[in-house]
Design a protein. Structure first.
Length: 302
């Protein structure tokens, strides 16, 4: 047995040397298990970064909600103000502004046939103004006229839209001090030209017709405008000739006067509340007929 084994050992060595290999190369190789590719484990989440991202998401969410709430408040506030009377604002924003013609509402209109070729013209005199309809307007007190440019005449008009023309801007003085002002305007159709703008539910314009002066319709107009907690007013004295042409004198109510008047206020209440302004218009402007004066049509409107 020993000899046989030696033979085989020598045979193996010769075979290996002939092949140029290692004697161990003839030994069966052990089966090596196929290695699977290693998967790199995912990095652990950074708790700080995750927390920051969560905060950003929450912050963005609240920003979106906040913007939505602000828009809703603005929307409801806007339409709420249009529907609700606000005592803080002192006005009703739901009121729709409009223009009215107070003299037309009061029934003031031409009473005679109209000669559309005969203008209403005014001439300044030393103590006032004369009109080519045979009437004069005497003005009391210390005053001067900042004479507006342009002609001082208007033609009677049947148009729907008529504009009045300022013919005098009067400044009144008490000694050396300025006291107040007044404007005189003429119109080719005073019923259509005199308009008043109402922008608040409390605004109103009221006409107080008075007795005729030598056949000429006359009266007063109070115009009250309100803004929040303040008020503003104008007082007019008007004169309407039979052909519908007319004159209006305007003065503003003092800022220190509280306009405790409504559309239902009587003429007596008007005179009481605005006593100074009423006295100014009624006593310092004397309208009368010129005795034995023929109609002068020399001033023709262009």
């Amino acid at each position: 047995m020993g000899k046989k084994k030696k033979f085989f050992d020598e045979y193996d060595e010769l075979f290996v040397r002939a092949e140029g290999g290692d004697k161990n190369s003839l030994k069966p190789k052990k089966k090596v298990a196929e290695s699977k590719p290693k998967i790199k484990p995912a990095p652990k989440p950074n708790k700080k970064t995750k927390s920051t991202n969560n905060r950003k998401k929450v912050s963005n969410k609240f920003k979106t909600i906040g913007i939505g709430i602000v828009c809703l408040v603005i929307f409801l506030g806007y339409y709420g103000l249009k529907k609700i009377d606000s005592p803080l604002l002192g006005s009703d924003t739901s009121f729709e502004s409009k223009s009215i013609k107070p003299l037309k509402i009061a029934g003031i209109k031409a009473t005679e046939e109209i000669d559309y070729s005969l203008p209403l013209a005014v001439t300044e005199e030393e103590n006032g103004f004369t009109f080519n309809r045979g009437y004069q307007l005497e003005i009391k007190g210390d005053w001067d006229n900042e004479d507006p440019e342009g002609d001082k005449a208007v033609l009677p008009s049947k148009e729907d839209y008529v504009y009045s023309k300022e013919v005098a801007n009067l400044k009144f003085y008490d000694g050396r001090d300025f006291s107040r002002s007044a404007q005189i305007e003429i119109s080719g159709n005073i019923t259509k030209s005199f308009s008043s703008w109402l922008s608040d539910r409390r605004d109103f314009t009221k006409v107080y017709p008075q007795e005729k002066i030598d056949g000429i319709m006359t009266g007063y107009i109070i115009e009250c405008e309100y803004y929040e907690n303040s008020s503003y007013g104008n007082i007019y004295r008007y004169f309407v000739f039979p052909d519908g042409t007319g004159i209006q004198i305007r003065t503003s109510v003092g800022y220190d006067v509280k306009l405790d008047l409504t559309p239902d206020s009587t003429f007596s209440e008007f005179k009481k509340v605005l006593a100074i302004d009423y006295k100014f218009l009624s006593e310092d402007f004397v309208f009368s007929k010129i005795a034995n004066e023929s109609t002068d049509v020399s001033n023709i409107a262009e």
